[in-house]
Design a protein around this ligand. Structure first.
Ligand code: NAP
Length: 235
């Protein structure tokens, strides 16, 4: 656990060589290899919760369930539920109830505003957290998730949600798979959207590992949360 007992945030994304997480039509990103799919599933299997934005749910209509027998067995041996809790972040609460996601065999939570929570509950969501606002305190939300038993959160996108979480310093680790294709396009989404960071205030990372598998590169970074350490990296 990190300071103040908040949940640990681990971002897991795949991007093209030119830094896009989807094409300009915001199609579901299915450009990762089977190895990348397994990598994503492995990361999800380590987590107590999987957090993603409404835009990501709109793109896919589903979420990634753990299906690998060894990963399921591992969770069982650790006394964890077979599937982590899948949490959709949507301030507006405007989600299509026909998404196949709502039929998937996973526990589902909704993270939304008081207004967005209206009309949602069982059977679509097992729990509705309705304290999201424009000025949300994500440190507090990640403390709340930890208090509810979710100590490790895999953040699976998209760029808008990731931007808020990085700005609030609740992303502790980043897994980024660089996939061998170019998507281009000024409208194509990137791992981090939002207003961006000025260079001298940008979140700083340290590389923990880099693995090449075929033509893909699996990068693992730690996020430097302490401002003193951030300054050191600028020297
Ligand atoms: N390559 C990959 O690994 C990967 C992974 C995931 C997604 N993607 C791609 O990424 C794209 C989607 O990304 P995106 O940036 O458009 O969307 P996103 O971050 O998934 O979702 C944006 C929506 O989430 C809600 N949201 C996000 N941050 C919020 C905050 N701080 N407070 C309240 N609500 C918040 C809002 O929903 P409401 O509007 O309902 O309030 C917002 O419109 C898709 O094209 C998808 O294919 C790629």
């Amino acid at each position: 656990m990190t300071e103040n007992d908040r949940a640990v945030g681990i971002m897991v994304l795949a991007m093209s060589v030119d830094g896009k997480i989807a094409d300009q039509k915001r199609s579901p990103a299915r450009f990762g290899s089977a190895a990348d799919q397994l990598h994503l599933e492995t990361q999800i299997a380590q987590a107590d919760g999987v957090l993603f934005g409404a835009g990501t749910l709109q793109a896919y209509g589903t979420t990634l369930r753990i299906t690998q027998p060894d990963l399921l067995k591992q969770r069982q041996q650790q006394g964890k539920p077979l599937q982590p809790i899948h949490i959709v972040c949507s301030g507006s609460g405007r989600l299509n109830p026909d998404y196949r996601f709502f039929q998937q065999a996973v526990p589902r939570w909704l993270l939304t505003s008081a207004e967005g929570a209206q009309g949602w509950g069982l059977p679509q969501f097992d729990r509705v957290l309705n304290n999201l606002t424009d000025e949300s305190d994500w440190q507090q939300i990640f403390r709340q998730l930890a208090a509810l038993g979710l100590k490790k959160i895999a953040v699976t996108g998209g760029g808008q949600l990731v931007a808020s979480l990085l700005a609030a310093e609740v992303i502790d680790e980043i897994w980024l798979t660089v996939c061998p294709l170019i998507l281009g396009g000024t409208q194509a989404p990137t791992p981090v959207e939002g207003d961006g960071f000025l260079a001298h205030l940008a979140p700083r990372l340290e590389l923990r590992s880099a693995q090449v598998l075929g033509s893909e590169v699996f990068l693992h970074y730690g996020c430097i949360q302490d401002p003193k350490d951030r300054q050191l990296t600028n020297l």
